[in-house]
Design a protein around this ligand. Structure first.
Ligand code: CUA
Length: 385
């Protein structure tokens, strides 16, 4: 009765998709589907259904697989650190586990794909009439139960072994405390009395214990080329460790969404040969260098007399605030605002005048300095190596 004028969309769709031959679609593999809306808009479409675009599942598959691949590949830039480019024993373990899982998945995918293609090629009947061939129970038990159970158990055991190896801190005499703030990292070397920010220096080839906590919300410490993620939790300490096997600067990133500027919460791990690390440590232990010329002297006064001193500490001056990063050796650091900008004079000037334009929502208010004060302050901060 409704062959010529379908009343409901459900009925119309059922007919076009469940019986391609009856609908005049060519070939066995035609997945074409014409929506009721399209047909209503174009009453003359009736017998031209075969010209419809391949739609439905195929198009969605392309969108989902393409979108997924694009999202994954977007993270493969040369500047973004990769877990698959390990530079330490912890990250080595992660990379090996990743490749193991990758190859197991690839083999399983290939085997299942071959079985699906064989099943399609050897099937009897069409979509409407399924013919039971019988048998195959042994294949289902072996391939569907025994093999997956063995593979998953083996992967689980390997994963547990690696998890244990990564979370138990290695024996080491060097400890660094890292405290997460919205949105920067406080870095302390408690045994040396050093306070810094957004940059951890470590000696190459030596494990370093990291004691992690947070001052506000949950953050997560992650340096893909050196170690796995570990959360920084308010009121609680987590311990992990890092070790770099080659000198270099490794970028880390907060890996737990922590608010507006979560994405601009990066940390650098600078791995140096033992002697360079010892020099860095000895320099950081010293208070800030005293100004040696009139310009940097005015800069220090500007820092002490303006609101900078309320939030920042510069050891050796009257600035002793603790809300923001310690600036005692700020001139030696590579970035401003937890990896937001390179530490250059131009960037620093813009940051001081109004950091909200670069990192909206951070705690540092705009600083109404005169141009002379700003230039002097920049010269002073640069001198704090
Ligand atoms: Cu801190 Cu995300």
């Amino acid at each position: 009765m409704s062959q010529r004028a379908p009343r409901s969309g459900r009925r119309a769709r059922t007919r076009t998709t469940s019986s391609p031959r009856r609908a005049g679609l060519p070939g066995r593999w035609q997945w074409g589907r014409i929506s009721t809306r399209t047909r209503r808009k174009d009453p003359g479409l009736g017998d031209r259904r075969s010209a419809a675009r391949p739609a439905g599942p195929l198009r969605w598959a392309v969108v989902v697989v393409g979108g997924g691949l694009a999202t994954q590949l977007a993270g493969c830039g040369r500047t973004s650190p990769s877990t698959l480019d390990p530079h330490g024993p912890g990250a080595d373990r992660v990379a090996r586990l990743w490749w193991l899982l990758f190859w197991i998945s690839a083999v399983v995918f290939a085997v299942v794909t071959v079985l699906v293609l064989v099943a399609l090629a050897r099937r009897r009947g069409d979509r409407d009439t399924l013919v039971r061939r019988g048998g195959g129970e042994a294949l289902i038990v072996i391939g569907g139960v025994i093999v997956p159970a063995v593979v998953l158990t083996a992967v689980y055991v390997v994963g547990l072994r690696d998890l244990r190896a990564l979370t138990v801190p290695a024996h080491t005499d060097l400890t660094v405390e890292v405290t997460g703030h919205d949105w920067w990292w406080e870095v302390r070397y408690p045994d040396q009395g050093i306070v810094s920010a957004d940059e951890i220096h470590v000696p190459v080839g030596r494990p370093v214990r990291l004691v992690l906590t947070s001052r506000d919300v949950i953050h997560s410490f992650w340096v893909p080329q050196l170690t796995v993620k570990t959360d920084l939790i308010p009121g609680h300490t987590n311990t992990t460790w890092i070790q770099a096997s080659t000198p270099g600067t490794y970028r880390g990133q907060c890996a737990e969404y922590c608010g507006l500027q979560h994405a601009k919460m990066a940390i650098l791990v600078v791995a140096e040969p033992a002697d360079a690390f010892a020099r860095w440590l000895a320099n950081e232990e010293r208070p800030a260098a005293a100004p040696t010329d009139p310009l940097t002297m005015r800069g220090r006064l500007a820092l002490e007399r303006n609101s900078c001193a309320a939030c920042h500490t510069v050891r050796g001056t009257t600035a002793s605030g603790t809300l923001g990063p310690d600036l005692t050796h700020f001139g030696g650091r590579r970035t401003i605002g937890a990896g937001t900008l390179a530490n250059t004079r131009g960037n620093l000037g813009g940051w001081i005048i109004n950091s909200q334009t670069v990192k909206p929502g951070n705690r540092m208010p705009p600083q109404p300095l005169t141009p002379e004060e700003l230039q002097a302050l920049l010269a002073y901060l640069e001198s704090l190596k």
